[in-house]
Write a protein that binds this ligand. Structure first.
Ligand code: BYC
Length: 335
């Protein structure tokens, strides 16, 4: 259950006092609403309500932070990949994630926030990032399962974001989704190789990874619709196109079929095909665990944040050198 205490970003919600608006602002609002209703895209230079802007900064920056923190669990295995081919693939994937983070920070900046403010919110622990990256990567099979399930969940959630009403975010998502689809496939292919040609120990390693990542992957879609404070407004604004529960269900239906091809079982005794709904029923998600992880108390939250802060501190000389170089160039151009 969502509580105000979990709201670490402290943004205004529906219950915040409504400011008195000028006639000009009311006209802008009316025009904006009409454009949203007509399915038009909003560009950075267009008028937009402050809450729409804030909601976007919140979601896009959380998304950017997730990409950057998401490099850590996989980066952990680059030096231990079993073959040169797997190492090259993993390296490329982690680099893609850095690129996704940068596209998204750039999209957030179009809304009038600065990169430094966004980093500060991450490093001080104020900003959220996806719960999934607070779980440890214990074996090589985790790399395959992250590709298959975590990137699979990411695609399910992110394809509708290509139609998000805020155009700079939608454009960034189009590029990101193309790369995510390669990420998902390489994960599935790595697992298929282990399951079809691997030893019994390797097959058991894959099953163990599926057992550990299945439930946290389902949590990636966010709380149930009934407990999601942002969904209703975000859907009305065309920021979110499909609800948390509907996306989660689509993900379960797709991945359970894929698990049969792999020869693994999902760790859920209540998972069964529902003929009437033409969909899978699944067990109850441990939302207490979810909120604990989101609240900063998951298995790796402290480690992840410490790694990002360390990288930021140790990179200070690079930023200083880049600034000194840029100001020297500006000085020379002006002279
Ligand atoms: N983890 O009202 P709700 C990737 C928060 S990157 C943590 O439903 P909303 C990848 C939520 O922020 C994957 N927090 O919120 C990278 C809200 O708190 P605030 C990241 C979560 O925004 C590298 C509160 O709970 N993807 O795939 O309408 C390698 C209530 O939730 C989570 C994105 O960021 C969570 N799982 O919906 C591999 C996609 N879920 O902000 C892979 C873009 C919820 O009110 N984001 N919360 O304090 C979204 O689509 C939406 O923001 C969400 C949540 C569906 C995640």
């Amino acid at each position: 259950m969502y509580t105000q205490a979990m709201d670490t970003m402290g943004k205004d919600r529906e219950d915040a006092p409504k400011p008195v608006r000028s006639a000009e602002e009311a006209a802008h609002q009316q025009e904006f609403d009409a454009r949203i209703d007509a399915g038009e895209f909003i560009e950075a230079k267009d008028w937009m309500p402050e809450n729409y802007r804030r909601t976007l900064v919140r979601q896009i920056s959380q998304h950017a932070h997730s990409e950057i923190v998401g490099m850590l669990p996989e980066g952990n295995w680059i030096s231990r990949a079993p073959t040169l081919k797997r190492k090259a693939i993993l390296l490329a994937k982690v680099q893609d994630e850095a690129g996704h983070g940068l596209y998204l920070y750039a999209a957030a900046e179009t809304l009038g926030t600065s990169r430094d403010q966004l980093y500060e919110a991450l490093h001080s622990g104020k900003a959220k990032y996806s719960s999934i990256f607070n779980y440890p990567t214990l074996t090589w099979a985790d790399m395959g399962v992250i590709g298959w399930l975590v990137d699979g969940a990411a695609i399910m959630n992110q394809v509708p974001l290509c139609r998000c009403s805020y155009a700079p975010y939608a454009r960034a998502m189009v590029r990101i989704c193309r790369e995510e689809s390669f990420h998902q496939r390489q994960g599935f292919e790595a697992l298929l190789t282990m399951m079809s040609h691997g030893s019994e120990a390797q097959k058991a390693m894959v099953q163990d990874a599926v057992d550990r990542w299945w439930w946290p992957s389902l949590m990636m879609f966010g709380p149930p619709d009934a407990d999601s404070p942002n969904s209703e407004q975000s859907m009305r604004w065309g920021i979110k196109r499909i609800s948390n529960d509907d996306l989660r269900q689509k993900f379960v239906d797709a991945t359970v079929e894929q698990s049969k091809l792999l020869g693994v079982t999902m760790p859920d005794r209540e998972l069964r095909w529902n003929e009437e709904r033409q969909s899978y029923d699944f067990g109850v998600i441990d939302w207490k665990e979810f909120w604990q992880v989101v609240g900063g108390d998951g298995p790796c939250n402290r480690e992840r944040l410490a790694a990002r802060v360390k990288a930021w501190d140790e990179g200070a000389w690079v930023r200083d050198a880049a600034m000194a170089h840029a100001s020297k160039q500006t000085y020379q151009e002006a002279a």
